[in-house]
Design a protein around this ligand. Sequence first.
Ligand SMILES: [Zn+2]
Length: 260
Amino acid sequence: MILIDTHCHVHDSEFYPDNKEHAYRQARDAGVVMICVGTDVRSSIEAVEFARTHEGCYAIVGIHPHEAKDSDVAEIRELLQHEQRRTQNRDPRTIIGIGEIGLDYFYDHSPQDIQQQVLRQQLQLAVEFALPVSFHIREAFVDFWPIFDEFPDVKGVMHSFTDTRANLKQAMKRGLLVGINGISTFTKDESQQTMFRDLPLQHILLETDAPFLTPKPFRGKMNVPAYVAVIAEHQAALKGITKEEVARVTTANAQELFGI
Ligand SMILES: [Zn+2]
């Protein structure tokens, strides 16, 4: 059984200053493949480095909406161009997507117009380099959908989706997958619980967002990619199917989206 943690930050020295190798080993021993997601230029470079030096890991590079005002999309482009040269030389693929990018009006760490501009620039990169996208959208769907629709060929996943059913419908209509993480195990919000139960497996990717959002029963501890198995188990229990079935379908979804 292979599980893919489609969104984690285990490569990031800010979050895992001294225990990333341990977290990596623990995940590999559990048969977990990791997709390491950048949030700014530094963490994107670290994601690429980590993926290159660790078997069973891939990288996604990009600028998080929080960092939009302080980051330069040109540096993300350089990483992608470097990757392009490597794969032309038949080196194995390392960068498999753009992310995490989007809009976050909940925290508003960057001005909204800058967030929108940086999102558009990175959607442009997704088109140019034909890569799928890991989206972080919070309290900003009203502005997000029109921007997304300017790039109709972009495929991707709504990472850590907890929004309304109406926005879930909008995502599914556009062929976007939904990333389910520890929130599904601990949310007390009944509409979220039913949404996580009813969402068909075909539309789901599993993720941890480690070190954040530690699933039950490990609340209070630091999250690690190995816990993606807990999220798979929880999905299986919710849907009354086996964990193997959850792994089989969600892993195939991830492999198809990211071409791995
Ligand atoms: Zn994240």
